[in-house]
Write a protein that binds this ligand. Structure first.
Ligand SMILES: [Zn+2]
Length: 170
C-alpha cells in the first residue's frame, strides 16, 4: 500500500508517531479501535468527504495497517478507499484476536463446573462435556495440576473485558 501523505521521502520531525492511543494502550494491526476524531484526515478535504469521515467518529474499526509514519490505516465502510488517522485520534477497545493467556489456577463454579483462572485475570470454563468438549484431565487433581501454565485463547482479552473476580481461596 502506498500513501501520498506526507509527500516527503524523509520522515518529518516527530515521525514516526508512537503506536499508542490517548491512554497509552498499544495499537497493533488487527486490534479494534474506536475512532475518536477524524480531524487530521478530514483537514483540507472537500466538505462531502469530511462529512463521510465524520460518520466514522465513535465507530469501531479493525486496524488494517500501521505505516512507517505511524499513521493508523483503516478500510472505509464501502471498501472503496482507505483512510488513515493519527494514533491519538483512536482508542483501543480490544487487542488483536488470538490473545492467549496461561492457566494460573482452577476453581469450581456454583454448578461444580471447573473454571480456569488465567494470568490475564479472566476466568474461563474448562468443562468436560463429551462429546462436545473432551477434557477428561479437568476431572482429576493431577490433570488440573498438569494443565497449570497451559496457554488458552482468551476471548475476554480480545473483547477488552475487565478482569473477572479472583477465584476463592482454597
Ligand atoms: Zn483474558
Amino acid at each position: 500500500m502506498t500513501t501520498d501523505w506526507p509527500p516527503e521521502k524523509k520522515l518529518p520531525p516527530g515521525f514516526p508517531l508512537a503506536a499508542v492511543d490517548e491512554s497509552g494502550r498499544p495499537i497493533v494491526v488487527g486490534a479494534k479501535v474506536r475512532i475518536e476524531s477524524v480531524a487530521s484526515c478530514a483537514h483540507g478535504l472537500p466538505p462531502e468527504d469530511q462529512a463521510r469521515l465524520r460518520c466514522y467518529e465513535g465507530k469501531v474499526f479493525p486496524v488494517l495497517e500501521i505505516d512507517r509514519y505511524g499513521m493508523i490505516w483503516f478500510r472505509s465502510d464501502g471498501g472503496s478507499s482507505n483512510f488513515s488517522l493519527k494514533p491519538r485520534e483512536v482508542s483501543v477497545v480490544a487487542g488483536a484476536s488470538g490473545t492467549k493467556s496461561r492457566i494460573a489456577s482452577f476453581h469450581q463454579d456454583e454448578e461444580g463446573h471447573w473454571v480456569a483462572h488465567l494470568e490475564c485475570g479472566h476466568n474461563q470454563h474448562t468443562r468436560h462435556q463429551p462429546p462436545f468438549v473432551n477434557r477428561p484431565w479437568v476431572t482429576t487433581p493431577e490433570g488440573r495440576q498438569g494443565a497449570i501454565g497451559t496457554l488458552l485463547e482468551c476471548k475476554k482479552c480480545g473483547e477488552g473485558a475487565p478482569p473477572d473476580a479472583a477465584p476463592p481461596p482454597d
